[in-house]
Design a protein around this ligand. Structure first.
Ligand code: CP
Ligand code: NVA
Length: 320
């Protein structure tokens, strides 16, 4: 989506949205991650929502971390979170995302939405005067990636040159966001997945094009043992994303060779960090010894949702 000039917050401003990881440039991603470090060090220091202004946070799907981190982050910055469940609103069949946006933009400072199709988010953002943030769609989970990159940066320093291996569902929102966000950061992203669960070719092509300009690289293959070799970060996610529950039995069979266990971790860099966006199915995509072991950084990763999303909202609202 192209940035739009809009009359808002007392002036002519450029409204930006965050629907995919590549809606921000490499420099902008670095700026947001630096802001995350700033707000983590001084939790109540920045109050762009003083008023209080309201931010609408809408859920078509379940959530623990996203709901709590947005609600707490909005309150930390002086605002009021308005958590809306789609089932109890007119959205979701009864009213279009476009009409919903026309109503909300008159009252709220930003719209955060967890939904199914990316097309709904695009419709919500089109011509909308306030920032729209993707809080997870079937295709991408860009807020999670800000938190994951921030966690890697905290522990390793520079992101550029870091080798990341994602083993599991290559067509999932997490894998596709890993492709775009890591390429933007100049990282080397390797996706190990069964061929029939590969990332969408257009997403791989977009990541490749970004990596060509940042010094990163993109590899997609079917062999986790090879792709994890020397990785600094090993990541996985559930084999059964929200909306795929009916395919569980088949998926478990297909994905079993992609489990992150101690044998796989032993092939990564000896200092490798394990990440998982959570919720996790211990014994499926990851074994307990890894997720609850010394290399796991999942609790910092989860806390960092708060700081990364505050940084994102701060960055979007300062422009608004
Ligand atoms: N990682 C994540 O988005 O968690 P929730 O589904 O609990 O929000
Ligand atoms: N891929 C998972 C992420 C949950 C936070 C899902 O979409 O269900």
């Amino acid at each position: 989506l192209h940035p739009q000039w809009n009359w808002n917050r007392g002036g002519l401003v450029m409204t930006r949205h965050f629907l995919r990881d590549d809606d921000i440039s490499p420099a902008e991603q670095a700026e947001i991650l630096a802001l995350a470090a700033e707000v983590k060090a001084d939790r109540f220091g920045r109050r762009p929502l003083e008023g209080p202004e309201t931010v609408a946070v809408i859920f078509d799907k379940s959530s623990t971390r996203t709901r709590v981190s947005f609600a707490v982050g909005i309150a930390d910055m002086g605002g009021t979170p308005l958590i809306i469940s789609t089932a109890s609103s007119q959205l979701g069949g009864k009213e279009t995302p476009a009409d919903t946006a026309r109503v909300l933009e008159r009252m709220v400072a930003a719209i955060v939405w967890r939904t199914y199709g990316q097309d709904g988010l695009e419709e919500m953002a089109k011509d909308t005067t306030v920032p729209v943030i993707n809080a997870l769609s079937d295709d991408f989970h860009p807020c999670q990636l800000l938190a994951d990159l921030f966690t890697i940066q905290e522990k390793r320093g520079d992101l550029a040159g870091t080798v990341v291996c994602f083993s599991g569902d290559g067509g999932s929102n997490m894998a596709q966001s890993y492709l775009l966000a890591c390429a933007t950061a100049g990282m080397h992203i390797r996706i190990a997945c069964p061929e029939e669960f590969s990332p969408r070719p257009d997403v791989v092509a977009d990541a490749d094009a970004i990596a060509a300009s940042t010094g990163g690289s993109v590899t997609v293959g079917t062999n986790p043992d090879e792709l994890v070799s020397g990785a600094h970060v090993v990541v996985t996610d559930t084999w059964v994303s929200m909306g795929k529950e009916a395919e569980k039995v088949e998926r478990v069979k297909t994905f079993t060779p992609y489990q992150v266990n101690q044998a796989l971790m032993a092939k990564a860099d000896p200092e490798a960090m394990f990440l998982h966006c959570l919720p996790a199915d211990r014994g499926f995509e990851v074994d307990q010894a890894v997720i609850d072991g010394p290399q796991s950084a999942i609790w910092d990763e989860s806390e960092n949702r708060l700081h990364a999303q505050k940084a994102l909202m701060l960055w979007l609202l300062q422009r608004a």
